[in-house]
Design a protein around this ligand. Structure first.
Ligand code: ADP
Ligand code: ZN
Length: 429
């Protein structure tokens, strides 16, 4: 373990640590950020009024629009001369949200990442190839800092240029790959095309994150690369990657609870749910200085696992993200997550792990079409086999989703590959 004291802390001690840090954070934002002062005043909360962790529930939520409304620096809680780094989200859904880090924030960030790399089995002997994009996006820099901290040899490849990635991976004998799961999948295909065998490589650990993936995807990645595939979670508003990560037991991602207090809420009512129930993840940062966030609604759907893990760590875990609440499709009144479709497709023969959901309207009716790519040319000439495959996919989707979907089989290598986050949903409605 990278930080045994924190990672195996007794619940009582963790609660006390969180409370003390929460109180400091509330005071900090109350004193320095007009937005928070107004919000807290409006809710009748003064910094002295936070007496227990239960008081957290009285604090109003912060949402992405609050960050946008105060774009770019309006929620910073430290003067600019103390800010040493600025990042922003990818801005897929509008103006990007900006975050600033003080020197202490950068230390905290790499500490959090150092823990998750260590729990995934990484160490100073590893050679880590970072295939996340460097730039405003937090992914690459986050892993970079943590990997350097544990003493691994870091290769700052950045994303894209797949051929070169593979050449470097082989020549530099990379042992860790940092990327999105979908890019790792794409790279594994390119590997075959370049005639490189997994035995030519020294890769042993995948540190995957920044997008959702299923257990089926993990199995395929482990098989194709011959590695242990672990997952980690984060978002730029909170810090970037480093909020949580999996240990080698792969039974949920350990949350760095000394820095982030997790809650699960019912996304419709805002009510706090019990541990174990599925809902929207809400995070309060308690150690950040640059831009602390109180009860930030992540929009990510998951559940919390409070029981200590078989690895010996006592920190709360979060289950795989089921989807983002804004990724959830409502089709003819039924809730559908792309992850459900993925769990069906990736278990099946003859199809590649690349797929897309296209949603459209026919009159007033929603139509879901699942585009599935064939793995190779083998079936292309056999109409009978294609039809059987299509029927079987349709049937399985019906069982899992509870609705009828159209299935379109696409020729091999026709669905667009991504070197970052995959685009799974095209909503034409
Ligand atoms: P943006 O919102 O612009 O994409 P980020 O690049 O910070 O901003 O992405 C954060 C989001 O990425 C999270 O809210 C979550 O939806 C997704 N994400 C990150 N890690 C994971 C993961 N392990 N599983 C599922 N989703 C993830
Ligand atoms: Zn564990």
């Amino acid at each position: 373990m990278w930080n045994r004291e924190v990672e195996t802390m007794r619940r009582r001690d963790m609660d006390a640590l969180q409370l003390e840090r929460l109180q400091r954070t509330v005071k900090r934002v109350y004193d320095t950020v007009p937005f928070y002062r107004a919000r807290l005043d409006g809710a009748g909360i003064t910094p002295d009024g936070v007496k227990s962790l239960n008081d957290l529930r009285r604090i109003p939520f912060t949402v992405k629009d609050d960050l946008r409304d105060h774009y770019p620096f309006g929620l910073f809680a430290a003067p600019m001369r103390e800010i040493v780094r600025i990042h922003a989200s990818s801005g897929t859904t509008g103006k990007p949200t900006t975050v600033g880090y003080t020197r202490a924030d950068l230390d905290m960030w790499s500490e959090c990442v150092a823990r998750l790399v260590t729990m995934a089995g990484g160490g100073a002997d590893d050679i880590a190839q970072i295939a996340f994009g460097y730039g405003l996006f937090t992914g690459a820099f986050g892993l970079h800092g943590g990997l350097e901290k544990i003493g691994a040899s870091v290769i700052p490849m950045s994303s894209g240029n797949t051929e070169k990635q593979i050449m470097i991976m082989r020549d530099f004998m990379s042992t860790i790959l940092v990327s999105t799961p979908s890019y790792a999948m794409y790279m594994s295909e390119a590997l075959e095309e370049q005639g490189v065998k997994k035995s030519d490589l020294k890769l042993r650990i995948g540190l995957f994150g920044a997008e959702g993936s299923t257990e089926e995807m993990r199995r395929q990645l482990e098989h194709r690369w011959g590695i242990t595939a672990t997952e980690n979670y984060g978002m730029s508003e909170l810090v970037g990657p480093g909020v949580s990560g999996e240990c080698t037991r792969k039974t949920g991602m350990h949350i760095n609870e000394d820095c982030f207090i997790p809650e699960i809420i019912n996304p419709e009512t805002g009510e706090t749910l019990e541990y174990g129930q599925t809902g929207e993840l809400v995070i309060t940062t308690v150690l950040k200085e640059g831009i602390p966030l109180l009860r930030y609604r992540t929009k990510d759907i998951t559940r919390l696992i409070p029981e200590p893990c078989a690895c010996g760590r006592t920190t709360m875990r979060m289950a795989k993200i089921q989807g983002r609440s804004d990724d959830m499709l409502i089709i003819r009144g039924v809730n559908v997550f792309p992850s459900q479709v993925e769990s069906v497709l990736l278990g099946m023969a003859h199809i590649s792990p690349h797929y897309q959901l296209v949603v459209s309207k026919s009159g007033y009716t929603d139509v879901l079409e699942v585009v599935v790519e064939l793995e190779d040319d083998a079936l292309l000439d056999s109409f009978g086999q294609l039809e059987t495959l299509e029927k079987s996919i349709k049937h399985k989707l019906h069982v899992v989703l509870g609705l009828d979907a159209q299935v379109r089989l696409a020729e091999p290598k026709t669905i667009e590959r991504s070197t970052g986050k995959a685009k799974r949903v095209i909503d034409l409605r």
